[in-house]
Design a protein. Structure first.
Lengths: 581, 493
């Protein structure tokens, strides 16, 4: 039963590939493409965390074994989710593409390889699936046939071949030492330095570790949106998975390779930042961001190589970081398509705001999966080399700034000029998978304990992580944006622009003041005039009253003698009054 | 004569006996000729299957009669012979179908199929030969039978190629005759015996033994296309596609490689060769050939020429595995005898289809052919990826065993050699696949070309075998399992 479900994971995409090649079945097959990874997801979710289903066939290749364990289960889960999202986006993205069938075939073959290599438990079938995935992705990178896509594809296939050769040699050497093809025996046999180096190089190509990264940003930039989502989200993790599957991590200490990988990781994190912010293609910026993130993974890997005793703690952190990056980066890539597919400016801005979510998750906003993963890794690293620890912790913290800057650059480029989308694509057809993955990225810390079982425990104890790297990143991005703006338009104009608000305020103030002054002036004229007028009125009134009083007085005096009130002059005024009245 | 000897004779007769009948038939009796060809080829596959079952169970069939005192004509069916016969029987059937389709309206079909049967009959003889003398007889017959096939088209170029082919192979044959005489003189017999017959001679006269080894390898190296004796092979590719397919995959080139296997394992014995200090020079020669062939293949624009140089390179894997002198490498070498045959015949038939249906003969014309001939190009792609050594295809299994074999005997340089070869293979095969699948055809082409099933099916069948030989490498009766069985026997002695 479990064997059947393991086989079904591979059979369904395989059958769909064949169906897609036949013109009669093509339309129906495209409809099923998003469902092709469903058996894988179901298998990953329904397998109990500690059970290990195995399917063995001695006849196949050199004795094939497929199976699932607690680590590969998690890889299978997030890989399947990503392929489902990318598949549903691809179905619509490719609707009117003349080369849709070729894309679909390559897409499904790469999917088969990617899911298969997670299940593989022997070197031959692992190598087969890895090669299937790598070589069929050539068609995904090349798909658009533009000059950019052509040169990216050429670079890609060159690195793929080099990686495959290194893997062949590494696996051959390791298998010769182990005397077995089973990956578990390979891990236990402790390969010598050369074999381990070859394996590291072979998988390092896929992981994009500096200096093996040259292919990655152009390829992820050139591939159509759904393809770059899986390239950057799912397939890049095959490099990590391969290292975990083949190297004796936690068994043997590699005193040379550990520091080598850690140094490569350190360089990778920040070199990718420096290279990435110079890009003008938003998807290439995302590609560099992936490189930078894989640098973080390499820090953990290197620490594990150097100090096997720290590996049991590092491994869950790395798996969590891988799942976190898969979902967030998948969402970011699909988001590019979602922005591009929006018909109007309002929808675009909405999508851009939604895109800020996975971007912040990736940058490691406190309590998001990005921050939790890094904090868990920091805790795990404490059990490793004391010499390297401070450097690693600093690098992990600073990587938050790096990612924030790359994300800011990405969103800025996307906002300034949205990349082209196919004519026929319905806006919601891309937006839905994008939002789904973004939601997944945001919800990951909550889902993880349920998904990972005991492996999720260290995460629960991790701190929420600092805010300042993201804040610093944003501040630097803002400053850099202003600086760039100033450079673009020249200092004088910029100064003018900078002062413009003040000028405007002053002008407004001046106007207000002028109005007030005018009013005052008007007042200063009016008031005296009024006063003068009043005064005049008053004076007249006063005069009139005085005159009246004087008249009254005079009349009174004149009438005094006839007054009877006062004996000496009685009746004068009364007489007058009476006489006048 | 026992029942078992009858079986061997019957197998020989299915192809050798068919030849005179076919020669005798008039040119116009195409249906009858095809019927005879296919019946014989089918019977042969069945007989070989039966023989393989018996040999697998431990039976050893043989037959011999003396020509001169001490010089026997000797046939024997050991597991190594079965390996080669099985390859030639299966591929003969497939190639016959393909040839019938390919030469449908061409002239001189009676001549062609007659020599074709002779050629396959000679191959069977080479495989079944129980001593170097018998081997020599059939080896020469093979040369003579393939010459008319190479010059079949009768053009000036074909005649020139035939001449060069004849000069090289006849000279090689002559040297082989000398070697056989030398062996007879030194060892008193020319029998193929597991573990070799030269141990005593090598101890007594090491210099003579060394000289004899060099002579024999040089003689066989002509057909096995070891550098610098390879020049005839890329020139002989002017032959019709099915001939090239058979020449490169089964008959001529493999006869040389098979001869080298016989000489190293059953005339000298691998221990003796090692004691004579000759394994390393042979391995070095093979290594040089592997790289040289690939480098030359890269610059060829003619598809068949590119494939021919690739053959030069790939066949030397067999020699390399033998010369590494370890059981694991030997498994790789012997398995590659089959695997290379399957891969290369697929590619030549696909190249023939491209030329037939589209007139595409050059790599630079291959743009968009995947869309025009999807089945053929699918087969070609599988074979090419197998050549590069990608699992789960046949080529991976050979390369893996060669790598493991090299490491097992402490010859770590095999790994970089294999990597270099794989890289070169990728460099000259992947651009062809890129053109076929990822480029658009130059202009709106004529209505989709039709090729009959007799052309379309054979490369698909052999490509399926390439896949099966890799995917089911560990299954019973897979080429790999059979070679493990052989090597177990060789190294037990």
């Amino acid at each position: 039963m479990t064997g059947l479900s393991l086989a079904l994971v591979l059979i369904l995409p395989g059958l769909l590939t064949v169906a897609l090649a036949s013109p009669a079945l093509r339309a129906a097959a495209w409809r099923l493409v998003p469902l092709a990874p469903m058996p894988a997801l179901a298998l990953a979710l329904m397998t109990a965390p500690d059970s290990a289903p195995v399917l063995r066939s001695d006849w196949l290749i050199l004795g094939t074994e497929l199976g699932l364990d607690s680590v590969s289960r998690l890889f299978l889960a997030f890989t399947a989710v990503l392929w489902i999202a990318a598949g549903s986006a691809a179905r619509h993205w490719m609707r009117d593409d003349p080369r849709a069938a070729a894309f679909g075939i390559c897409f499904l073959m790469a999917m088969t390889g990617n899911l298969g290599l997670i299940l593989a438990r022997d070197a031959a079938s692992f190598y087969a699936f890895f090669a299937l995935m790598s070589f069929s992705s050539y068609g995904l990178v090349l798909h658009e046939r533009s000059d950019k896509a052509r040169s990216a594809a050429r670079l890609y296939i060159g690195f793929v071949i080099a990686g495959e050769l290194a893997l062949f040699a590494g696996l051959a050497l390791t298998a010769a030492q182990a005397g077995s093809l089973l990956l578990s025996d390979l891990r236990a046999s402790a390969p010598d330095g050369l074999a381990a180096l070859l394996l590291l190089a072979g998988f390092g190509v896929k992981l994009g570790l500096v200096p093996l990264h040259f292919w990655l940003p152009p390829a992820h930039g050139a591939a159509p949106v759904p393809a770059s989502a899986v390239l950057s989200g799912a397939m890049i993790k095959a490099g990590l998975f391969g290292m975990i599957a083949t190297l004796p991590l936690g068994v043997t200490a590699f005193d040379d390779l550990g520091p080598l990988v850690m140094s490569a990781g350190l360089v990778t994190i920040f070199a990718a930042l420096l290279l990435g912010v110079q890009q003008t293609n938003p998807k290439a910026v995302l590609g560099y961001s992936s490189v930078s993130q894989m640098g973080i993974i390499a820090l953990g890997l290197g620490a594990g190589l150097l100090a096997p005793e720290a590996w049991p703690a590092i491994l869950p952190a790395l798996v969590f970081l891988a799942a976190h990056h898969a979902l967030a980066k998948g969402a970011l890539f699909l988001g590019v398509g979602a922005v591009a597919a929006q018909p109007d400016g309002r929808g675009r801005w909405l999508m851009l705001v939604a895109l800020a979510l996975p971007a912040l998750v990736l940058a490691g906003l406190p309590a998001t999966s990005g921050a939790l993963g890094k904090e868990t890794l920091k805790t795990a690293l404490a059990a490793g080399s004391a010499v390297w620890l401070p450097w690693l912790v600093v690098a992990l913290t600073l990587s938050g700034i790096a990612t924030t800057l790359l994300m800011a650059r990405h969103l800025f480029l996307l906002a300034r000029q949205s990349p082209p989308a196919p004519q026929a694509v319905a806006p919601e057809a891309i937006a839905l998978p994008f939002l789904g993955l973004a939601l997944g990225a945001v919800m990951l810390p909550a889902l993880w304990p349920w998904l990972a079982g005991s492996a999720g425990a260290p995460l629960a104890q991790a701190g929420t992580g600092p805010l300042w790297p993201v804040a610093a990143g944003l501040a630097i991005a803002l400053g850099a944006g202003l600086d760039a703006h100033a450079r673009r338009i020249g200092p004088a104009v910029f100064a003018a622009q900078l002062l413009a608000p003040f000028r405007a305020a002053r002008a407004r103030l001046t106007r207000v003041v002028a109005v007030r002054q005018r009013a005052l002036r008007r007042l200063s004229v009016q008031v005296p005039r009024q006063i003068a007028a009043r005064t005049l009125e008053w004076r007249l009134a006063q005069t009139a009253i005085l005159v009246l009083i004087a008249l009254v007085m005079a009349l009174h005096l004149a009438s005094e003698p006839r007054a009877s009130v006062i004996p000496d002059s009685p009746g004068t005024s009364g007489a007058v009054t009476e006489g006048n009245l | 004569m026992t029942e078992s000897a009858t079986l061997l004779i019957l197998i020989l007769l299915t192809s050798l006996g068919a030849a005179p009948v076919i020669f005798a038939l008039p040119e116009s009796a195409a249906r009858l000729r095809t019927a005879i060809n296919l019946t014989m080829a089918t019977i042969k596959v069945a007989l070989v299957g039966w023989l393989a079952l018996e040999v697998g169970q431990g039976a050893r069939h043989g037959l011999s009669f003396a020509i001169l005192p001490g010089l026997e004509f000797r046939l024997q069916a050991d597991p190594l012979a079965i390996l080669f016969i099985a390859l030639s029987a299966v591929l003969w059937l497939i190639t016959t179908i393909y040839s019938v389709g390919y030469l449908e309206r061409g002239p001189h079909r009676a001549r062609f199929f007659g020599f074709f049967s002779l050629c396959v009959g000679a191959t069977v003889g080479v495989a079944l030969a129980g001593n170097l003398f018998t081997f020599l007889v059939f080896y020469e017959l093979l040369t003579l039978a393939t010459y008319p096939l190479v010059i079949h088209r009768g053009t000036a170029e074909a005649l020139r190629a035939g001449r060069i082919y004849l000069i090289y192979t006849l000279a090689g044959g002559l040297v082989l005759l000398l070697g056989t005489l030398g062996l007879w003189v030194l060892a008193g017999t020319t029998d193929f015996v597991a573990g070799g017959i030269m141990a005593d001679v090598a101890a007594a006269q090491p210099l003579a033994a060394q000289a004899l080894f060099v002579v024999l390898i040089l003689a066989l190296g002509v057909k096995a296309a070891l550098v610098p004796l390879h020049r005839w092979l890329p020139i002989a590719m002017v032959a019709p596609a099915p001939v090239s397919a058979l020449l490169h995959a089964v008959a001529v080139v493999k006869a040389g490689a098979f001869g080298i296997i016989r000489v190293v394992f059953e005339v000298f014995g691998i221990e003796t060769v090692r004691e004579l200090g000759l394994t390393m020079p042979l391995a070095a020669l093979a290594a040089v050939t592997i790289l040289y062939g690939s480098v030359r293949a890269m610059t060829q624009d003619d598809i068949k020429k590119r494939l021919a140089y690739s053959t030069v390179s790939q066949v030397s894997y067999i020699t390399l595995g033998v010369a590494l002198a370890g059981p694991v490498a030997a498994v790789g070498a012997l398995a590659h005898l089959i695997h290379q045959g399957l891969m290369k015949i697929t590619m030549f038939m696909a190249a023939g289809n491209l030329a037939e249906a589209l007139g595409v003969k050059r790599v630079s014309q291959m743009d968009g052919v995947g869309r025009a001939l999807p089945g053929t190009m699918l087969a070609f792609s599988l074979a090419a990826l197998a050549m590069i050594g990608l699992p789960p295809l046949a080529g991976f299994v050979s390369k893996w065993y060669l790598a493991q074999g090299g490491l097992a005997v402490g010859q770590d340089w095999v790994i970089p050699l294999l990597l270099g070869s794989s890289l070169l293979n990728a460099l000259y095969f992947l651009p062809m696949l890129h053109r076929a699948w990822f480029r658009d055809a130059p202009e709106a082409e004529a209505p989709r070309p039709r090729i009959g099933w007799m052309l379309a099916a054979p490369p698909l069948v052999t490509a399926a075998l390439v896949l099966a030989a890799g995917l089911m490498a560990n299954a019973p009766f897979s080429p790999l399992e059979w070679t493990r069985f052989i090597v177990e026997l060789e190294y037990r002695e």
